[in-house]
Design a protein around this ligand. Structure first.
Ligand code: SAH
Length: 399
């Protein structure tokens, strides 16, 4: 491991003249366009960025294939060593200890740039740690990551899905790997509620941990209400709403696998039969519910990222407007809507404009009660605002 960090094994990248701002802003992504000459081994895990006089400006994970040539972890004189990486990892875990309890045993342990570990995400699901490595340099120091996870958490299994698109770009293996005992499927507790999570079959790492606090909010709002959970995935918001005393909960998702899991998650927590599970396209389903004059006291709208690339922002905005317009039409007087966008390319400002346009066209009087974001185990680096993708509003419709 240590030899990866020896100076002879590091790539040396010279910052182009005029690109000094890149380093002054401490943004961890150093793009190829800012780099002039490169020397040293092309398969290096670690790179040093230097100025024209050879002075070191930053060090980090090197990638020969990605446009993000260097993922900077340290700036200036700070030495990048395997011990530094291990200590950042241990600190990330330590910061979250207080979030772990008998009531909640699933959290994001490492949130890439937000934990000063660009290229690495680790989620803990009860006894299973799910690791996502998106960069060739991080892949090379994986053994050190595993050591810390084992020492700090003693997970039954460490699972690597390896299905991130970035891995293909980095020419890394996309075969899943499991180190430990048993299968990656497990049952978590979150705020006292239980959910089956299968990191091998699910979306992302298996469960949307970023919504934990917003789900808890939904629980406090649900009492006595008819609830509609759009884009329900495995039904997490629906379970919280039912636990909060909803009179009925309809979960809607296009994936029958997600809906089957939603059904099992509901049954894990409740014996009541207030829940409905609809395999449907949400855009068509809201139109059908509107035509049938169905109305709800609480609607959750948490779609997938409609804009995965900047070029898709306009089309995505139309999608968000459409679904929110219909969601607003379905609200009873004084009902509330929890609405989200997890597209990094849609800013909070743009999302609010979209909500405004939906409200105008729906002809409803809407107020914002709260702005919502990801739970605190998803910290965002002030130097890398791209990490802040989840935004939402708690809206109320007036009579
Ligand atoms: N709210 C969920 C996460 C939603 S993820 C939670 O808290 O766990 C987005 C979900 O939207 C996925 O399950 C996906 O299957 C579903 N989906 C995507 N497009 C859809 C569409 N047009 N209609 C219905 N569901 C859709």
């Amino acid at each position: 491991m240590d030899e990866i960090f020896l100076s002879g094994n590091r790539r040396r990248l010279t910052l182009k003249r005029g690109e000094e701002r890149v380093v002054a802003n401490r943004h961890p992504w150093i793009f190829a366009g800012a780099i002039g000459a490169e020397s040293g081994p092309a398969d290096a895990a670690i790179g040093d960025l230097v100025d024209g006089d050879g002075r070191r400006l930053a060090s980090g994970f090197y990638s020969a294939h990605s446009d993000i040539r260097l993922r900077a972890l340290t700036f200036g004189d700070e030495e990048l060593t395997v011990e530094l990486i291990a200590s950042r990892l241990a600190a990330s875990i330590a910061r979250r200890r207080s979030l772990l309890s008998k009531e909640t045993n699933a959290i994001r342990l490492v949130n890439a740039e937000g934990d000063e570990l660009s290229g690495l995400v680790v989620d803990l699901y009860n006894d299973v740690a799910v690791v996502e490595v998106s960069n060739a340099g991080v892949e090379r120091i994986r053994p050190a990551v595993m050591d810390v996870l084992r020492r700090e958490l003693h997970p039954r299994l460490i699972y690597l899905n390896n299905d991130l698109p970035a891995r293909r770009l980095e020419q890394l293996s996309t075969e899943p790997e499991a180190i430990g005992e048993g299968t990656p499927a497990t049952t978590i507790v979150e705020n006292g509620l239980r959910f089956e999570v299968d990191p091998a079959a699910g979306q992302k790492t298996g469960f949307f941990l970023d919504q934990r606090e917003n789900r808890q909010l939904a629980r406090t709002l649900a009492s006595g209400k008819r609830v509609l959970n759009l884009f329900s995935y495995t039904g997490a918001f629906g379970v919280y709403a039912a636990a909060g005393g909803a009179t009925s909960v309809e979960n809607v998702d296009g994936s029958h696998i997600a809906i089957e899991q939603a059904r099992r998650n509901h049954d894990l927590n409740m014996s009541s039969n207030i829940a409905l599970f609809s395999i449907a396209d949400a855009f068509a389903h809201v139109r059908k519910l509107d035509a049938e004059k169905e109305r709800f006291g609480l609607i959750v709208c948490d779609p997938p990222a409609f804009a995965k690339r900047r070029a898709e922002v306009d089309r995505a905005a139309r999608g968000y407007k459409d679904i929110n317009l219909y969601a607003m039409r379905l609200l009873e007087p004084r009902a509330v809507l929890l609405t989200f966008s997890c597209s990094g390319h849609i800013s909070l400002d743009l999302f609010q404009k979209v909500i405004f346009a939906a409200a105008v066209d729906a002809g409803r009087r809407i107020s914002i009660l709260r702005r919502l974001t990801a739970a605190p185990d998803h910290p965002v680096s002030i130097y890398c605002p791209e990490g802040e993708y989840l935004k939402g509003f708690l809206l109320e419709v007036r009579e």
